[in-house]
Design a protein around this ligand. Sequence first.
Ligand SMILES: C[S@@+](CC[C@H](N)C(=O)[O-])C[C@H]1O[C@@H](n2cnc3c(N)ncnc32)[C@H](O)[C@@H]1O
Length: 252
Amino acid sequence: MSKSSNVKKVLENCIDKFNFKFKIKNKKNFIIDLYKSKFFLSELNKKVKSNLHFRTRHFKSVYELSVYRNFIYYVIRCIKPNKVVETGVLHGLTTAWILKALHDNNKGKLISIDIKRSDWKKYFKTKMGPGSEFDLDFPENENPGWIIPDYLRKRWKLIYGPSHKFINNFKNVDLFIHDSDHSYKNVKNEVETILKKNKNIPVIIDNFDMNRFSFDYLKKNSPKDGYCKKKYVFIDEVNDNLECHESAIIIQ
Ligand SMILES: C[S@@+](CC[C@H](N)C(=O)[O-])C[C@H]1O[C@@H](n2cnc3c(N)ncnc32)[C@H](O)[C@@H]1O
C-alpha cells in the first residue's frame, strides 16, 4: 500500500472518530472536494517550483501532505469558524490547508504567529524548543508561509514574533491551533491564555506527546470518577515507513 492510500485510510478513521465524539454529521464530501481541487495543488506546486531548495518536489495529491493537514481542513469545513488563530507556520503547508478551508467556506480569517527565520538566532539562543531539529532545513532567507498560494492570502494575517507577546490579544476566536515551540511552558501558556478569553473553543495541539501538557489538561478536567469533561480525539499520522502513530490532539 502506498503512503497516500495509507494517509487516506487513516484520515477517514480520524474523521469517523471526530464525527462521533464531536457529534458532527458525516461530511466526508468535503474531503472529496479537496481531493478534486486541482487548482489548489497546481498553485502550491508553482510555489514549490519557484523555490531553490524545494523545486524538485511535486505534489500529485493532497494525501501526500499528511493526515494532520487534511484533518484540519475537514474540521474547519465542518465548524465554519470566523476567526482561527495558529502558532508556528514555517513553510506554510498547514497554513495553506487552513486558508483553503476558509476559502471553500467563503468565510473566516486566519491569524498566524511565527518568528522570521532571520530572527531565530535572536530568539533561540540555544535551541528553539522540542521538535525544532526538524525545522532546521528551513532556508535562512525564507519567511514563514512562502509556500502559500497567492489566491489564498487575502484571508491571512501573519504576526512576527514569539507567541507569548501576542497570544493574550485575541478575542472571538473559534479555533486555536498550536504548532510552535512544543515545550510544556509554551504550550500551556498558549492554550490557557487563548482559552481564558475564548471559553470552550476547540484547540488542536500538534506533537502533543512532546510534553505532558495535554495529559495534565485532560486530567485536570476529569473529576474523580475518571470521566473527562472535555471531548478529545487523537489525530493519527502515517510516517515514511507507513507506520501509524498519534501525533496531534483536538480538545474541546
Ligand atoms: C513545527 S514548525 C511549524 C510547522 C507548520 N505548522 C506545519 O505544519 O507545516 C515550528 C514553527 O514554530 C515557530 N516558533 C517556534 N517557537 C515559537 C514561538 N515561541 N512563537 C512563535 N513561533 C514559534 C518556528 O519559527 C517554526 O516556524
